[in-house]
Write a protein that binds this ligand. Structure first.
Ligand code: BG6
Length: 488
């Protein structure tokens, strides 16, 4: 951004669940990379709260491994050690007001620093943490709380969680994280749409035939069987990541880039999503579960084998056709699809434009239409597919040609991980890329219109691991899933 960003003030960050997988793989490495890039050149401390661990040296050794893994090049051990001087392990077997003494000493050693409380724990633990922090007077005007999903399993539980958090923190202090919003191409999407005249003029139902959002994963449920079997793909991925991507693709231009103006526009999209009724589920939604197969050349188990159960109806794949009932998108299908153990890991948004109004090359087998491909991962890329004439004499022969619309190749530097960007936003107090409660509530209402009835209305389809999964049955005539479009 051209405008000057606010300065980051010195801070104490406290990670509850500090010895957990997310903290070790993403949060701590994110602090490290921002520090080594000299963005965190102010005094700071990171306290990792653990219920079990108390050996700081062993913990630091483990963190060092994760930091190393997250780096493209070997980082000298001394550099990691210097960083870890800022990271402290705090053992608190049970979070109660009385047990927060050690943490209080640490925070009050620099009582004028801003305080970031990162709750990387199941939401069932939020209440104890918030009341202990509040009871110990550890929350002041500089404090912020970062919440990891899942924030509930339905509208009711999400309201309960929100009530709990709101007793301790105001909405301005709450940062509900969705790491998909920290991905570079997702932010580039805003620039592409709102800083270029060309696209925004054509960004509507009149010019766009359909929009497809795919988040395909090649991994299975790994070690998260307990969590996943109670959650499933709809709540794990669609309720948050896919809906947030949908909002950014479909929203109106905000009049300013301030957090509430942007989030007001996203909210309008969520509120315009067409609700499902009992009789609209079967034709528009597919639920799937992976069976045995081959993933990246290796034989892999079925979902039931992975979770060590004989029976489970939990979906590991979901495909949805939906509509946004407003002026801009009237009648345009939005296809959302996500699944585990699919053939390849990639996330992509494909905007399929309508064919030209009058085709003067009727003998061509190609449809005269454009396609904008926004690839979020593994690589971050944007391409516009347009029709071109193959050079040479002898009439018109056509070929779709992709124009690169990104500048990633011009940068030698590694792309920061989404968590790095989001953590910096928290430290600066910028809530633009974090969900406001009303957005969350609107997302839950739409999800509930599916969740209430879909188990009886959309039967579970089994798909082979390593395949692209089911989902063709919901496509409109003449439309296909754009699978791995960037590489075609
Ligand atoms: C998480 C889900 O939010 O996102 C996981 O809980 C999923 O099930 C992960 O694997 C995908 O994130 P990414 O950034 O690897 O696409």
């Amino acid at each position: 951004m051209d405008k000057k960003e606010p300065k980051i003030l010195p801070f104490n960050a406290v990670i509850f669940g500090g010895d957990g997988d997310l903290s070790k793989r993403k949060i701590i490495p994110a602090f490290f990379h921002r520090w080594i890039d000299k963005q965190l050149n102010m005094p700071f401390k990171v306290a990792c709260v653990s219920r079990k661990l108390s050996d700081q040296d062993a913990f630091h050794k483990e963190l060092a491994k994760f930091i190393q893994q997250s780096s493209d090049e070997t980082v000298p051990a001394k550099v990691i050690k210097d960083f870890l001087k800022q990271v402290e392990l705090v053992n608190i077997p049970k979070i109660t007001e009385e047990n927060l003494g050690g943490l209080r000493d640490l925070i009050e050693a620099n009582s004028d620093w801003q305080r970031i409380y990162y709750l990387s724990v199941p939401s069932a633990a939020f209440s104890d943490i918030c009341s202990a922090l509040k009871g110990s007077n550890l929350i002041n005007d500089t404090s912020k709380v970062v919440l990891e999903k899942p924030l509930g399993h339905d509208l009711k539980s999400s309201r309960e969680i929100n009530d709990t958090i709101s007793e301790a923190f105001s909405e301005k202090q709450i940062f509900r994280i969705d790491h998909y919003l920290g991905k570079e191409t997702v932010q580039n999407l805003m620039v592409l749409r709102f800083a270029n005249h060309l696209f925004e003029r054509a960004w509507n139902a009149e010019n766009i035939d359909n929009i497809q959002i795919t988040v395909a994963e090649s991994l299975g449920v790994e070690k998260r069987a307990g969590y996943y079997d109670h959650t499933g793909a709809l709540l794990d991925m669609v309720q948050n990541h896919l809906l947030q991507l949908l909002c950014l693709v479909a929203m109106e231009a905000p009049s300013r880039l301030d957090p509430d103006t942007v989030r007001n526009e996203k909210l309008k999209v969520l509120e315009s999503l067409r609700f499902f009724k009992k009789d609209t589920i079967a034709d528009n939604i597919v639920r799937g579960q992976y069976t045995r197969g081959k993933s990246l050349g290796e034989k892999v188990n079925s979902y039931l084998e992975d979770i060590e159960q004989y029976d489970s109806e939990t979906e590991t794949f979901v495909a949805i056709k939906t509509y946004i009932d407003n002026w801009r998108w009237k009648g345009t299908p939005f296809y959302l699809r996500t699944g585990k153990r699919m053939k390849k890991r990639y996330s992509e948004i494909v905007i399929n434009f309508k064919p030209v109004q009058h085709n003067i090359f009727p003998e061509s087998k190609h449809s005269m239409s454009n396609k904008l491909i926004i690839r979020l991962q593994p690589e971050e890329r944007i391409k516009l597919v347009q029709m071109s004439k193959i050079p040479g004499p002898g009439g018109y022969r056509f070929q779709p040609v992709a124009l690169k619309l990104d500048i990633f190749d011009s940068f030698e530097k590694r792309m920061p991980d989404a968590y790095e960007r989001l953590i910096i936003d928290v430290l600066r107090g910028n809530q633009t890329l974090f969900m406001r409660y009303d957005e969350l509530e609107a997302a839950w209402k739409w999800i509930e219109s599916i969740n209430k009835n879909w188990k009886s209305k959309a039967k579970l389809v089994l798909y082979e691991s390593g395949s692209w999964g089911p989902g063709n049955e919901i496509m409109e005539e003449g439309t296909q899933w754009e699978t791995n479009a960037l590489e075609k």
